[in-house]
Design a protein around this ligand. Structure first.
Ligand code: SAH
Length: 742
């Protein structure tokens, strides 16, 4: 270990293994030392009294057997109790007693998933291995976890439907001086479900820990990027930037990106994004809006013909293209003049014909300029990502931390051993975090940093507090909690946009009852696509390991390599992301002989069909496929953490396909039997709520302009608004080969 002595009498450690980083210590005196454990949660140091004993701590010798060390155990020293204890860096479990290796029945439970983790103590009255929930009362010999240091503000019983929350937070906040009365809030999660996922050990991410100043810089530059995009589309193509295409562009870019920023793309190929290119072309020469009446259809046909003519005349088209487009446009005008009694269907048919005839020629003339928009945006994003990085380095410098260290930190190789999955960790140094103030306004928690306010409903702040307590290992006093929540909320705001209803379709969630059924009947304990705000389980993958790891994120789904476990999968609907997801799952399923199961929920788009859906339908791992009909099921609002409770459930306008991808071992254990399927579909039935009024959510539903491109403009698995109440019959489609409906 290389020891650095920073000005201000704070001491830091950097491991020479390259597996950890520098971190700051807020709490300690000048002589307090923090040891850097590579496996503690997100890139953080764990204030430890062990590896580097303080003046009062005797040295602790690491005399644990090899198998315990491999299982993540290390010996530490408790200053408070003045005796050694044992800490597991994978599970965050702490014990007073020497952990013991538990034997388990390798036939009925080959991975030992139902056994206590290696090293769990046997209780005196029950020698059989058993799981230990994080909320169990500590029994004799068990050291209390971090919850001892903070006042829990949420109850920790399984599947709570209501939690009692005080506005007094356990973390330092200006409002915490006054103890508010207990308030009951509904909860939409169950953070008590233990994970059954065993995955390849994940190296720490080479990302900076979040900092409000850097986050603000990223937010401002991203807003500028959105603005540039709108201007480029207007100036070059005379159209508005396609709805949500910027958000989908970021999702698509991050599938390929190897750059330094967790959000802004800065190192991916090709520079021209296929998804953005497709979406812009789709709106050329005009964006078609939802057609409700005959007059709408007539007007749109006319507008399309006019715009096509204008475009082909003003651009550099081949004589042939020009001739074909002009001829078709003239033909349409003549038809419009003649057919005065045409119906809506006639107009739609004609519009379709015109698009087919002119589309390829218009795409040819627009191609170069649309590619120019995509490339320009990507290069701006690279420049902005660099600026955010510079801001991070500047912050380190301002705090007298050595920014040069950052360049010498490199990624470590992927570890080959399998471990219980653990929260994402970070590698780069963290600067001290500035103050963030908390106050409550209209039942929402408002977090303010330098006049910039982010909001979250109080029950969700309590959820974040609980996730933080379960996952964050470097901040037992919650001193960094508010700045970290601020950064995470700001990140999602920046990612999904600030417009009314913007981005909602990209992170709608399944109903709680469906999660309950998935857990009860398929032993699902993990969400592949989530955020700290919309997760149901405490273990999940998310888009941003840097902001979300403190709240339990296991990193992005494409970085997770599970060998076993049962997963729920509700991806944001971006073609590239979903395609990469299918590749990833197929590789994982082929590689593992342990039970590995993915229950996937995607919209049933058929016109044209989503490639990822088609591929899953043809997969040799597909065990069963169901269809839940449009209007007969719901999603939870994409902004569930800030919306009003009456807005929470949204009727789906599209059907949802449910696919079970399982290897043989998972099929034997969690196969989709008729009883399980029945229970799952029953859970999908809307729970007697009044339907929500329609309103635009993304490019496929809602307002007048939204629906025309339903078949081509991607939407999300996360649902859109809908308002039609129907009988609530749920349908199931069997294996696609027989295409049978029951
Ligand atoms: N967890 C809920 C909601 C899913 S919405 C459910 O399963 O029903 C899709 C979520 O995927 C969003 O929160 C989005 O932020 C997240 N996401 C986007 N890209 C991701 C990635 N690469 N890995 C994991 N999650 C991702």
């Amino acid at each position: 270990m290389l020891e650095l002595l920073a000005p201000g009498a704070l001491r830091f450690f950097v491991t020479t293994m390259g597996s950890t980083s520098i971190s700051s210590l807020h709490e300690a005196s000048a002589t307090t030392v923090i040891s850097m454990s590579t496996n503690h949660a997100p890139g953080q140091a764990v204030a430890s009294t062990s590896a580097q004993p303080s003046a009062t701590s005797p040295p602790v010798t690491q005399d644990l057997p090899e198998d315990l060390l491999a299982a993540g155990w290390c010996k530490c020293w408790s200053r408070r109790e003045k005796r050694p204890y044992y800490f597991n860096r994978f599970t965050n479990q702490s014990l007073w007693e020497v952990p013991t290796t538990v034997q388990h029945d390798s036939i009925s439970d080959p991975l030992g998933l139902n056994a206590a983790p290696v090293g769990s103590p046997r209780t005196t009255d029950d020698s059989a291995p058993r799981k230990r929930s994080s909320t169990e009362e500590p029994t004799a010999g068990l050291k209390r976890g971090r919850s001892e240091d903070v006042t829990p503000i949420t109850p920790v019983t399984p599947a709570p439907r209501i939690c009692k929350v005080t506005t007094e937070a356990p973390f330092a906040s200006p409002t915490s001086k006054h103890k508010a009365p207990l308030v009951a809030f509904p909860v939409f999660w169950n953070l008590e479900v233990p994970s059954n996922v065993v995955a390849r050990e994940m190296p720490p991410y080479l990302l900076f820990p979040p900092h409000p100043e850097a986050e603000l810089c990223r937010a401002q530059l991203t807003a500028r990027l959105r603005q540039h995009y709108q201007e480029l589309c207007q100036q070059r193509e005379g159209i508005d930037a396609p709805r949500e295409s910027f958000n989908r562009w970021m999702l698509e870019r991050k599938v390929r990106d190897r750059g330094t920023d967790p959000m802004l793309p800065s190192d991916c190929e090709p520079a021209v994004s296929p998804s953005m290119f497709r979406e812009i072309l789709n709106d050329i020469p005009i964006r078609l809006s939802r057609i409700k009446h005959r007059e709408d259809a007539k007007r749109q046909l006319f507008k399309y013909a006019e715009a096509a003519k204008r475009m082909i005349e003003s651009r550099n088209a081949t004589p042939d293209s020009r001739k074909i487009v002009k001829w078709n446009v003239e033909d349409t005008f003549n038809w419009l003049r003649k057919e005065l009694s045409a119906t809506k269907e006639d107009y739609l048919e004609r519009l379709d014909h015109l698009r087919q005839q002119c589309g390829p020629h218009l795409a040819d003339v627009a191609k170069e300029s649309v590619e120019g928009i995509c490339a320009k945006l990507y290069h701006l994003a690279c420049e902005y990502a660099q600026r955010v990085r510079s801001r991070h380095l500047e912050i380190l410098r301002e705090c007298n931390l050595p920014p040069d260290e950052v360049d010498s930190v490199t990624t470590s190789c992927m570890e080959e051993r399998a471990v219980p999955c653990h929260p994402a960790r970070l590698r780069l140094p963290e600067a001290p975090l500035p103050r963030v103030d908390l106050h409550v306004e209209s039942e929402q928690a408002c977090l303010r940093h330098r006049g910039e306010v982010v909001r979250v409903n109080q029950n969700y702040l309590a959820k974040l507090e609980q996730l933080y307590r379960l996952n964050c290992t470097d901040d037992s006093r919650f001193e960094k909690f508010l700045p970290r929540v601020w950064c995470m909320l700001r990140r999602y705001q920046t990612m999904f946009g600030l417009g009314a209803h913007e981005g909602l379709g990209l992170h709608g969630a399944l109903p709680v009852s469906v999660f309950e059924a998935l857990h009860r009947h398929f032993d699902v304990t993990f969400e592949c696509f989530a955020s700290p705000l919309n997760c149901y389980f405490a273990q999940y993958c998310s888009a941003f390991p840097d902001t979300d790891g403190y709240f339990g994120s296991r990193g992005t789904v494409l970085d997770l390599f599970p060998a076993s476990g049962s997963f729920e999968v509700n991806p944001p609907f971006g073609e590239e992301l979903m395609n990469s997801m299918v590749d990833h799952f197929e590789n994982l399923l082929a590689a593992s002989t342990e039970p590995l199961s993915f229950v996937v929920f995607v919209p049933e788009w058929r016109d044209p069909a989503t490639p990822a859906l088609l591929r899953m339908e043809e997969s040799c791992f597909k065990r069963r496929q169901l269809l839940v009909l449009p209007f007969e099921h719901e999603y939870r609002h994409g902004a569930q953490h800030v919306c009003r409770s009456e807005e929470l459930h949204i009727r789906a306008l599209h059907g949802t396909a449910i696919l079970f991808l399982q290897n043989d071992a998972a099929y034997a254990r969690w196969g989709p039997t008729p009883e399980r399927i029945r229970a799952l579909l029953e859970a999908y039935r809307p729970q007697g709520r009044a339907p929500q009024p329609a309103g635009p959510a993304d490019g496929t539903a809602g307002g007048d302009e939204a629906g025309g491109e339903e078949s081509t403009a991607p939407s999300s698995a996360g649902g859109t608004t809908g308002s039609i109440e129907t009988g609530g019959k749920l349908s199931e489609r069997k294996e696609s080969s027989d295409d049978e409906w029951v």
